[in-house]
Design a protein around this ligand. Structure first.
Ligand code: ZN
Length: 365
């Protein structure tokens, strides 16, 4: 995310703070100072910093669970509305999705219970007094963590409860139908919040808008899956592409960039097998520091997956959303590259299906 400062890195995940969060802290400190002097400013700022530390730990709950299933998370960013962990992809198995979704709120539940044990006890009537200055800092923090658990378990995207609902539905009716149902429940809840918000709490109105937008996004995702249903890799792949030879120079890669409309160039060995992928961005960033005679293969990315022409594209959609892998190789039985499956190509499949829903993609590879 732009306009954010990296404050450290934990287990391969960069922890970043968005500039708006720093402004938010300054605003909290300033408004507390003007109400209660320097002591209040320190107290309020400390509370917010600790609260957001709990939010970061919540995100690391998701991140740690996702890592167990081989999903990396390059960064987590703190915004005034909370933390955003950018998981490389969502788990495709409903059981894994359930574990990853629950791991975040579970962290806050543990923190909340530990804090209550430390503070002694919290009376039920104190649960609504998070802004009561007579309550200890730790007491307020305990209440905030319990609030985070409850809030996140609301069964609507983008809250974790929405993911939990989706995973449970997917176990019964399949992922696509589960997304449709979960999105509809989310939108219904959004209307409910909006209605309640109109008669009192403006915060509910804000949540309503937030939930409605997220539910619409999920519905769109499900429409994308619907459009890709039944289409194979061989039918969607790009077959007219220019590869870059493994011993090509940077100058030759630039020539290929100019001669074609491609943004992704497979780097192939003498047998036509893919060795890596060179994107337009890779070529351009290499050019900032290197001359035309530098070997192009030094700048290619490895770890791009190969798929076979008969594979359904539906399951590959999420994988292509990863900014680091905008293309997959399509290879034959001998490992030779016969096509490229790109995000761009999937976009075209969706456009064709939107224009003619029953279009049969009976291309020969
Ligand atoms: Zn969460």
């Amino acid at each position: 995310m732009r306009w954010s400062v990296t404050i450290g890195s934990v287990g391969g995940t960069a922890v970043k703070i968005h500039i708006t969060f720093i402004l938010f802290l300054a605003w909290i400190a300033f408004s507390a100072w003007s109400r209660g002097g320097p002591a209040a400013a320190v107290d309020s700022t400390l509370f917010i910093v600790l609260l957001f530390a709990c939010v970061v730990l919540h995100e690391f709950g998701h991140i740690t669970a996702a890592r167990r299933y081989g999903i990396a998370t390059p960064e987590v960013t703190l915004l005034p509305i909370g933390g955003v962990a950018s998981l490389q992809r969502l788990p495709s198995e409903p059981a894994q999705e359930l574990v990853v979704a629950l791991a975040g709120p579970a962290v806050n539940l543990i923190i909340g219970l530990v804090l209550i044990a430390v503070v002694g006890s919290i009376r039920p009537d104190e649960l609504t007094q998070i802004d009561n200055p007579h309550l200890s800092l730790l007491g307020r923090l305990a209440i905030a963590n319990i609030f985070l658990v409850v809030f996140n378990l609301i069964p609507a995207f983008p809250m974790d409860g929405g993911r939990v609902l989706h995973a449970l539905l997917a176990m019964r009716v399949g992922a696509t139908r589960a997304t449709e149902i979960a999105a509809r429940i989310g939108q219904a809840l959004a209307f409910g919040f909006g209605f309640l918000g109109l008669f009192g709490n403006p915060l509910l109105l804000f949540i309503a808008i937030f939930v409605y937008i997220a539910a619409a996004g999920e519905a769109q995702m499900s429409a994308a899956h619907e459009a890709l249903k039944g289409v194979t890799v061989g039918e969607a792949m790009e077959t007219r592409f220019t590869p870059v030879s493994i011993d090509a120079s940077l100058g030759q890669a630039v020539d290929a960039l100019l001669a074609t409309a491609q943004h992704e160039f497979p780097v192939v060995d003498a047998f036509g097998k893919p060795a890596g992928l060179l994107t337009r961005d890779d070529i351009l960033s290499a050019l900032r520091e290197h001359g035309r005679d530098e070997p192009a293969a030094g700048f290619m990315r490895s770890g791009v997956e190969s798929v076979r022409a008969g594979t359904p594209v539906e399951g590959l959609f999420e994988r292509l959303q990863d900014p680091k892998a905008s293309a997959l190789y399509v290879t034959d039985a001998g490992g030779k590259i016969i096509g490229l499956l790109t995000r761009h190509a999937l976009g075209e499949v969706m456009m064709i299906r939107a224009a003619q829903p029953d279009w049969r993609f009976d291309r020969r590879a």
